[in-house]
Design a protein around this ligand. Structure first.
Ligand SMILES: Nc1ncnc2c1ncn2[C@@H]1O[C@H](COP(=O)(O)OP(=O)(O)O)[C@@H](O)[C@H]1O
Ligand SMILES: [Mg+2]
Length: 412
């Protein structure tokens, strides 16, 4: 009897990557012989319903896109992780506890070049009736401009736990600073030194043992931010970006995450790297979309087949030992982190596994991207994303980029 691994997709509104994931898994017709057993795979979109805390779920692995905002999803994930050993991309335990602020703190301690960052008390008191008295007793009056002066203009004001650019303001002067602070209301904000001017804005998307480093232009509309460009970083810098992303993910036990870094000459400053549900939409990733689907498939199949156990706890001390060692240079620290991160993600075993058992995946992915089935999915996504007068333009645009990807694969 083969062992079947049931992969659950826990979804919000998206339909593009799940459709691609399901179709390619189906086309792969996997029956992997590993450690004397044969392994097959099925997938299903998860529905939400009341659950007995003692029930046994049918999933072995769940790819989650919902728990970052949906409470029942988050708590369900905790139950299946704590009680049933279900493997999660991503675990709500560290994502909930370690949002942007905690990620900044940890990476500063590890010696990464996080720009100067301060936290401010909230501008507007919350609804808690104890607030006024507590604030009167213990909140120190402060001069906002003085904090800004410590950091130096220009700077950014942004929510300590933010995402999707909500509440982010570039602050060049005192007047903007006060306006942004007034508007922040009850949100807890950071002030962060602007890294300007930067040479390249890099976004690296990591899924398990794989990372893709992409050139990102934040000034463009969403569909045009990822630039189709290869070799835009000097090799050493590109590798540093991969190491930073993978270090953060191994440190926090995050399985899929995007990491934003600003590159100025040889300096890499990470600024945003706690994205529980990173953007993998075909309309944003375009050319890189098939890579993301392949990586999701490979990492799910690897984790299921090899019975990789998810780690709910962190092992911060071994990382801090490297971060705190005064005899190490930045380069030596990074080298140590890379070894630890690659070890955590089992990079060598993963590569060997993919080479032995998933060698046909790349070819199957090209066939899928060139199929009528993929084109129909693309049409559905474009018509539901863009206004009618832009449909023709965007269909042609995405078809062109995906065709370029497919022909690049055949050449390589
Ligand atoms: N320190 C900084 N230096 C330069 N630009 C920044 C900085 N912080 C934020 N930005 C700009 O603001 C955008 C949103 O900030 P970010 O920290 O990525 O928040 P979010 O989590 O909302 O994406 C970034 O993509 C970048 O363009
Ligand atoms: Mg960002």
């Amino acid at each position: 009897m083969p062992r079947n691994h049931h992969i659950g997709l826990h979804l919000g509104t998206e339909d593009d990557w799940p459709t691609a994931f399901e179709s390619v898994l189906d086309r792969l017709k996997l029956n992997i012989t590993f450690a004397g057993e044969s392994h097959t795979f099925t997938t299903e979109r998860i529905t939400i319903e009341p659950f007995d805390l003692r029930y046994v779920p049918k999933y072995h692995l769940v790819i989650d896109r919902l728990a970052w905002w949906h409470l029942i999803s988050r708590e369900w994930l905790k139950k299946i992780a704590l009680m049933d050993d279900v493997y999660l991309f991503n675990s709500p335990f560290t994502f909930q506890a370690m949002e942007k602020h905690a990620a900044y703190c940890a990476m500063i301690r590890l010696g990464l070049k996080v720009p100067a960052t301060w936290m401010l008390p909230v501008k507007q008191p919350g609804d808690n009736e104890r607030y006024a008295e507590t604030a009167a007793r213990y909140h120190q009056p402060f001069q906002l401009e003085q904090v800004a002066a410590e950091i130096g203009y220009p700077l950014y004001m942004k929510p300590f736990d933010g995402g999707q650019w909500v509440g982010v303001t570039r602050v060049p002067d005192d007047a903007t600073l006060h306006r942004a602070y007034d508007e922040s209301g009850q949100r807890l904000m950071h002030l962060q030194k602007a890294v300007e001017p930067f040479d390249v804005f890099v976004r690296s998307l990591s899924i398990g043992a794989e990372s893709m480093v992409m050139n990102y232009d934040p000034s463009q509309p969403l569909h045009a931010r990822y630039q189709l460009s290869h070799n835009f970083l000097e090799a050493g810098v590109g590798d540093e970006v991969v190491t930073i992303g993978r270090t953060i993910n191994a440190f926090f036990r995050w399985e899929m995450n995007s990491c934003e870094s600003l590159v100025q000459g040889p300096e890499v400053s990470p600024i945003d790297y706690a994205n529980a549900s990173p953007d993998v939409a075909v309309t944003s990733l375009h050319y890189y979309f098939p890579w993301a689907i392949s990586a999701l498939l490979k990492w799910s199949i690897f984790c299921s087949t090899t019975n990789r156990r998810m780690r709910l706890d962190q092992d911060t001390r071994v990382w801090f030992d490297v971060g705190d060692d005064p005899d190490l240079t930045y380069e030596q620290r990074l080298e140590a982190y890379r070894t630890m991160a690659d070890d955590y993600f089992d990079v060598d075993a993963y590569r060997e596994f993919c080479g032995t058992h998933l060698a046909h995946l790349d070819e199957v992915m090209v066939e899928y991207v060139e199929s009528a089935e993929f084109d129909q999915m693309l049409l559905r996504v474009v018509t539901s994303t863009f206004p009618p007068h832009e449909h023709d333009h965007f269909v042609a645009h995405y078809r062109g980029l995906l065709a370029a990807w497919a022909s690049d694969q055949q050449r390589s």
